[in-house]
Design a protein around this ligand. Structure first.
Ligand code: 48F
Length: 261
């Protein structure tokens, strides 16, 4: 049997389009496939929540691959180690309360487990805006990263989601769009405060605490939460990222459950 290029092309195009069409409406749309976004996706999908992740880059994993200064190891605390154990990532105790894991293994495991659990990841797609109805975000505006990079004047497309998670990292891109469009976030300060200088302990606590709804329909996770709430950065300790994603997933599972009642 020969190999037909047209069959390959049709297989890719049809399969992709089928999945894209079935992702036009989801329960949770996560912007950013870094550690916080992927952890949220994993926990949501595991509970059967229809979850989609949009990632600007070709590769998921965000800032995890390079550990600290490209020494590709990450550090996590005991609570977050439990998540890595569950994902099948090997952790080694370095000192009391500090575990070291391989950054590449972590990034691969997170992506693999999230997709295996049922999350649909669309890479090479950038979120450039939100869709709103009255005072609530109800969807995302998307375009190909390649179009963004080439600065082509091409209109985007839109998807709908009951909940959006801003897991875009240091830039808090979705929060910035919402702030720019509506003028005021539903946070105590009403605006993005910006990330402060490094203080790992305070930041690791803050990132979980501040992984909350910042505007109707929008949650923040990971470094985006730090940026919105003006907390310090923490460097290559990743426990807070994983715990933040888990917290947002649990919160959304609860809220979707309440809505379904
Ligand atoms: O930056 P990133 O890894 O965010 P995170 O999950 O984790 C932060 C840590 O990696 C590290 C740290 C903790 O120790 O300080 O920085 O908070 O992943 C964010 C992902 O979002 C993508 C981006 O390419 C990256 O993979 N992203 C950002 N903006 C957009 C986006 C956008 N507008 N559309 C789609 N993807």
């Amino acid at each position: 049997m020969g190999i037909d290029e047209l069959v390959i092309t049709e297989a890719i195009t049809r399969s992709y389009m089928e999945e894209f069409l079935s992702s036009l409406e989801s329960q949770v749309a996560i912007v950013g496939g870094g550690p916080s976004g992927l952890t949220a996706a994993y926990y949501l999908a595991q509970k059967g929540v229809k979850t989609v992740v949009f990632e600007r880059h070709l590769s998921i994993g965000g800032g995890m691959w390079g550990g600290g200064m490209t020494f590709n190891k990450i550090v996590v605390q005991p609570e977050a180690k439990k998540i890595l154990d569950m994902l099948g990532v090997a952790c080694k105790e370095f000192a009391e309360g500090y575990y070291v894991a391989d950054a590449v293994q972590c990034a691969c495991a997170l992506g693999y487990q999230a997709v295996k659990a049922g999350a649909r990841v669309f890479n090479a797609i950038a979120v450039e805006d939100v869709v709103m109805r009255e005072e609530r975000v109800v969807g995302l505006v998307l375009n190909w990263t390649s179009i963004e990079m080439a600065r082509l004047h091409v209109d985007p497309l839109a998807v709908r989601a009951r909940w959006v998670v801003d897991a875009t990292g240091h830039q808090a891109e979705v929060a910035r769009v919402v702030e720019a469009k509506v003028g005021k976030l539903h946070t105590p300060q009403g605006r993005i405060l910006g990330e402060r200088a490094m203080w790992a302990e305070m930041s690791e606590r803050g990132v979980v605490e501040k992984s909350v709804e910042i505007y109707p329909g929008v949650y923040v996770a990971g470094m985006a939460a730090i940026t919105v709430f003006g907390y310090p950065r923490m460097g290559p300790i990743f426990g807070g990222m994983l715990l933040s994603g888990k917290k947002v997933a649990e919160e959304l599972i609860r809220r979707l459950g309440e809505e379904g009642r």
